[in-house]
Ligand binder design. Structure first.
Ligand code: NAG
Length: 343
């Protein structure tokens, strides 16, 4: 072998010289277009920011704080958003409304998390932010909302103006399938760019995590004009008693998606025994995150960069809450006056 090495070097040297001669401009550093890679689509926002609304409590069964003004965001939602190429600004629900409005003007979409609180200030704030999401879209922006679990339930209550619309379901700590509604058009929905293999698996295998006691049956949903005018049903699921509930909906005229299941848990939570962690389950997390953030990239909102930095979740540190072996693995905890009101 050794005797061939000089020959190889010779040949490769000759090739380098001859290709440089054939294409003499290729190596000139003065050609700026050679290193300039323009954004593939100048209309898209490649620095999207998502607002996540905090939920009352410390998210760790009072192990971190009993303060009445404490609220939290499970870090899994933050990682979910970050994994698809966006950053997060926490929308601390009990901050003064004018601060919340200012923060809403710094983001390109909103996420409503899971949780349990369905009344009081939290309910009113979620309702107010939902109205703002609709207003921003009506005013011409493309401003997506992803509502997960409790978020799904709150939207159902808000849209119907009926706080008793939800029914009881037995779907706590349950991995489940998605039954895709026959003839449903997936264009423009979160499922549009899912690999078709994965969609098939989601209807056969238990690839999504459910963790809720409430929901709405397809019958009750379809009998409600407000819900039907706003949303179309994409999937249903069966609870542990085989009772069917609506599990994924997409707004007809807004970039608003609501899921009873938890796309963020598959990749980022370990405290519940039934969370699916297979490669397919992780693909579900990634595809939902990619869909949501691809919607946020369409937002026209270009906030002041420094204001964004001043309010990003990187100004806070998460606490490790997963050692108890249940609940969330990491939580961001906020007290009402931990808001960085440098606006
Ligand atoms: C909150 O209150 C409970 C019940 O009194 C107590 O067990 C817990 O240690 C408290 N948590 C903190 C962080 O003080």
């Amino acid at each position: 072998m050794r005797i061939y090495l000089p020959i190889l070097l010779l040949i490769s040297g000759f090739l380098a010289i001859s290709s440089a001669n054939r294409n003499p401009t290729a190596l000139l550093p003065s050609e700026p277009q050679l290193t300039n890679c323009p954004a593939p689509d100048g209309d898209l926002n490649y620095r999207p920011v998502i607002g996540i609304v905090s939920h009352p409590g410390d998210g760790a069964k009072s192990r971190f704080s009993n303060a009445s003004d404490v609220s939290y965001i499970a870090a899994s939602y933050v990682k979910f958003v970050e994994s698809a190429g966006a950053r997060v600004i926490p929308l601390i629900y009990n901050e003064p409304p004018e601060i919340l409005i200012q923060k809403l003007n710094l983001v390109n979409g909103v996420l409503f998390t899971g949780g349990s609180s369905k009344k009081g200030l939290y309910f009113e704030v979620v309702k107010g932010i939902f109205q703002k999401v609709l207003e921003k879209n009506d005013a011409g922006d493309h401003f997506p909302l992803l509502a997960i679990c409790l978020g799904f339930e709150l939207l159902t209550m808000i849209i119907t103006k009926d706080n008793n619309i939800l029914e009881g379901f037995n779907a706590a700590n349950q991995a489940s399938k998605l039954q895709f509604v026959e003839g449903a058009n997936f264009e423009g929905t979160l499922f549009q760019r899912f690999p078709s293999e994965l969609l098939k698996k989601m209807s056969k295998d238990c690839l999504v995590m459910q963790n809720h006691h409430y929901g709405i049956s397809p019958e009750k949903f379809r009998a409600n004009a407000d819900l039907c005018n706003f949303f179309k049903i994409l999937t249903t699921s069966a609870d542990q008693d085989n009772k069917i509930y609506v599990s994924t909906v997409q707004a007809e005229h807004y970039p608003v998606t609501a899921v009873q299941w938890h796309p963020e848990k598959n990749a980022f939570e370990w405290g519940l025994s039934e969370i699916p962690h297979t490669e397919d389950a992780i693909l579900v997390t990634q595809n939902v995150a990619n869909y949501f953030i691809s919607e946020a990239r369409k937002s026209l909102n270009r906030p002041d960069a420094q204001e964004v930095l001043n309010n990003l979740i990187y100004n806070y540190s998460p606490s490790y809450s997963g050692k108890s072996g249940s609940g969330f693995d990491e939580v961001y905890i906020f007290t009402q006056n931990s808001g960085l009101s440098s606006l």
